[in-house]
Design a protein around this ligand. Sequence first.
Ligand SMILES: [Zn+2]
Length: 116
Amino acid sequence: MLKLVCPYCGIEADETELVSGGEAHLKREGPDSTDDDFEGYLFLRENPKGVILERWRHAMGCGKWFHVARCTVTQEVFGTYPAQTFKPPPRIMEEIKSRRTGQENGLNSDKAEKFS
Ligand SMILES: [Zn+2]
């Protein structure tokens, strides 16, 4: 079972106490965006075999949204951090780099570059 530490209340919550919110750090497109950009914002999501940054809500606890860096293959969690950030904190990126080498199991190279 997936267990995540809520960065707000510090509780290690079981998956059953949480609600998944999908991919983190999406750029919200507005009314001035192109149709392709808006379609991408609404429908296109990453589904990597490896590390992903995603949103979770501590629904049965404090109710707040937070972000998680986790591996979709092994369920290994690299850390959690508050949702009010535009990119993962350096300690999360360092944790991913220290435990994962090679592109196959690491964070998508475009994402890794975007957040470095
Ligand atoms: Zn909480």
